[in-house]
Write a protein that binds this ligand. Structure first.
Ligand SMILES: Nc1ncnc2c1ncn2[C@@H]1O[C@H](COP(=O)(O)OP(=O)(O)O)[C@@H](O)[C@H]1O
Ligand SMILES: [Mg+2]
Length: 367
């Protein structure tokens, strides 16, 4: 048994490995504080996201390492804190106070992109992250409905310019292109107009501090989408697809579009993956199976997970009560939350690799 000192505690903590980065917590500068009082020891471990999928494991491993070092007679408490990382942007300046911007995109409409964007945003907020959401889908802005928000953002003056306060629901701040549209007089958007409006959401909205600002993009890979991804300073993108071939072909185009403009793709989410009949428990692969996973493999991208078809996901959207909020204990809400955690981890890893490489982004795609 070692003496209870800070040095020995650090020695113990240097045996705890972050399996994503393959380095120990001391080397990664994640051990922030060690307090010793008699036979009590308190350690703070700082994660790069509150939605860290390894949170519980790292906590258990830390407690075990300290026990091994000091024996069973001490009182150990390990606090898991977090400070979300961001990538140093060399090009366009990201909005001040906003650490990461993520486009949720799809090759075609109707694959559940908005549903996924909303539930991911709410899940990340539930995990303790500061989250904003921009409904940039000029063809069908549906997020206000899905978040149960009606009304318009407040406009106020600051230093002679008009500013807007985002609306908020389930801990997520929202701006929607729908707030600018008169439903009875649909606008025909051109690329520069759409990107101009979205750009305003970045410059003229008081977002405050955000860990993640998520964009629900217009579906497809045409001019408007390309203009948008060139205009918005993006940390990275997520592609939503359904398992059938037609959707996968379009998802591939989406991925290529982001590659072309040097925006890293954090991964692929398959929606409507399968259906489990509530009466028999039997699984039905309505749109085929394994497509998203195979696509990710073919394109050397990360598969972030698959979300089943569930009428409660659909109802949650229609009623403005996302399933991760309304029914958090259901299996499918847990699946979506864990996809949110996987995404947060990919963002952290990308930021870390980016800092290491300085220029080149190195993806670790083996999980
Ligand atoms: N996993 C799912 N299970 C059941 N219904 C879903 C699921 N994902 C999406 N939906 C429903 O499918 C429709 C299209 O989803 P939406 O998110 O609006 O797609 P997109 O934004 O890609 O056009 C909506 O009615 C939505 O509620
Ligand atoms: Mg949509």
């Amino acid at each position: 048994m070692s003496d209870i000192t800070k040095e020995n505690a650090l020695k113990a903590m240097s045996k705890v490995i972050d399996p994503d980065l393959n380095k120990d917590l001391v080397t990664l500068n994640m051990v922030k504080e060690i307090n010793i009082d008699g036979n009590k020891i308190e350690v703070s471990v700082e994660l790069t996201t509150p939605a860290c999928p390894l949170k519980d494991k790292l906590k258990t491993d830390s407690v075990n390492a300290l026990k091994e070092e000091f024996g069973g007679d001490i009182e150990i408490s390990v606090n898991m804190i977090s400070n979300v990382t961001q990538r140093e942007h060399t090009g366009a300046e990201i909005i001040p106070g906003v650490k990461n911007t993520i486009a949720v995109a799809s090759g075609k409409g109707g694959v559940g992109k908005s549903t996924v964007a909303v539930n991911l945003a709410v899940a990340l907020a539930k995990d303790g992250a500061k989250v904003g959401l921009i409904d940039a889908d000029i063809y069908g802005p549906s997020i206000p409905l899905m978040l149960g928000i009606s009304g318009h953002p407040k406009i106020y003056q600051e230093a002679g310019t008009n500013k807007m306060t985002p609306l908020e629901s389930y801990g997520v701040k929202l701006m929607s292109i729908g707030f600018l549209i008169d439903e009875d007089n649909p606008v025909i958007w051109r690329g520069p107009m759409a990107s101009g409006a979205i750009k305003q959401f970045l410059t003229d909205v008081n977002w405050g501090e955000l860990d993640y600002l998520i964009f629900d993009m217009p579906p497809g890979t045409g001019d408007i989408q390309l203009t948008l991804v060139q205009t918005i300073p993006l940390t990275g993108a997520v592609i939503v697809t359904t398992p059938q071939d037609v959707s996968l072909i379009d998802a591939k185009k989406g991925l290529k579009m982001f590659e072309k403009v040097n925006v890293p793709v954090f991964g692929i989410i398959e929606n409507m993956s399968y259906f489990i009949a509530p009466d028999t428990g039997k699984t039905y692969n309505i749109f085929g199976s394994g497509g998203g996973e195979k696509l990710a493999k073919d394109l050397n991208a990360t598969f972030l997970g698959g979300i089943p078809i569930d009428p409660r996901i659909c109802e949650g959207g229609d009623q403005g009560k996302p399933i991760v909020h309304a029914l958090p204990e259901t299996e499918n809400a847990k699946i979506i939350s864990s996809i949110g955690k996987n995404l947060a981890a990919r963002i952290s890893i990308t930021n870390y690799n980016y800092a290491l490489s300085d220029v080149e982004i190195v993806f670790n795609n083996d999980n």
